[in-house]
Design a protein. Structure first.
Length: 274
């Protein structure tokens, strides 16, 4: 990201874009040499529109099987294109599992990752007797009845700035385990249980590990104090199983208003961040 007051090289423009995708079609966001990634198909589509190589940076790297309704990226290019040209042109080259919904020029200081003040993820759980058919791969199925109210109360023990070592993957490369969780909600809508977590940033597998701990509470296997107790241990090996990726969605990346990014409310109501 450019320092305050700095500018892009002459003739270079910085653009931002917002996209959604189904993660079950890819090995994750990050470009890989051996398997399909969201980053690769987005860069290839934008490069086609620009007629030059494009590299993108994103608000949050998602794992294999994790979805997004509101992924924000930025990229630099020496070409000038109207917003609708970026969107329509890229979408003609993207697979059906990925779609751009907005693009526009932004200040050179904007960075999709480092300018973001918060990210919000939603984890969807189908809590019913039989596994889903239509939403297979789009939510996690839990057969045992879940106490969503107990899960919500338990989740409040994760609020604030804390060392989330107990909730990070063994291979997490972040230099610090400290994160600031500003909101956690758990609620039920019929047979759908939703976990929503907002933080300044997330560790690798952090949301899925939080979901795993809350599911243990919801099934009655752990007390409501458990998520907070696990936080204090600072040891991932003491935690519960990592929840599957199927039901996890990046639903919001929040930026300071002066960057001028529009607000979006994509997807059905149960995928719109609170």
């Amino acid at each position: 990201m450019l320092p305050e007051g700095a500018s892009l090289p002459e003739g270079v423009h910085r653009y931002a874009a917002m996209l959604e995708y189904r993660g079950d079609a890819f090995s994750g966001w990050q470009r890989q040499s051996h398997s399909p990634s969201v980053q690769a198909v987005v860069e290839e589509a934008l490069s086609y529109v620009a007629n030059q190589g494009i590299t993108v940076a994103c608000a949050g790297r998602t794992d294999a099987g994790v979805h997004a309704t509101h992924q924000v990226v930025h990229f630099d290019s020496t070409v000038v294109r109207e917003p609708h040209n970026w969107v329509l042109g890229a979408n003609t080259r993207l697979p059906g599992a990925v779609r751009l919904h907005w693009a526009g020029e932004v200040a050179g200081q904007f960075h999709a990752r480092f300018s973001a003040r918060a990210r919000t993820y939603r984890y969807l759980i189908g809590n019913q007797l039989s596994p889903p058919a239509i939403f297979r791969g789009l939510l996690t199925w839990i057969k045992a009845p879940l106490d969503a109210d107990a899960m919500h109360r338990a989740a409040q023990g994760l609020l604030g700035e804390n060392d989330f070592s107990s909730y990070r993957a063994a291979g997490c490369q972040s230099r610090t385990p400290w994160r600031n969780v500003s909101a956690v909600q758990v609620f039920r809508d019929g047979e759908l249980v939703v976990i929503e977590v907002t933080a300044n940033a997330f560790l690798h597998h952090m949301v899925r590990n939080i979901a795993g701990a809350l599911l243990a509470v919801g099934r009655g296997e752990r007390p409501e104090s458990w998520p907070r107790e696990l936080l204090a241990v600072k040891d991932r090996t003491q935690g519960d199983a990592t929840a599957p990726p199927d039901g996890l969605y990046l639903v919001r990346a929040s930026y300071p208003r002066h960057f001028g990014l529009p607000n979006f409310s994509l997807g059905p109501l149960f995928l719109r961040a609170s």
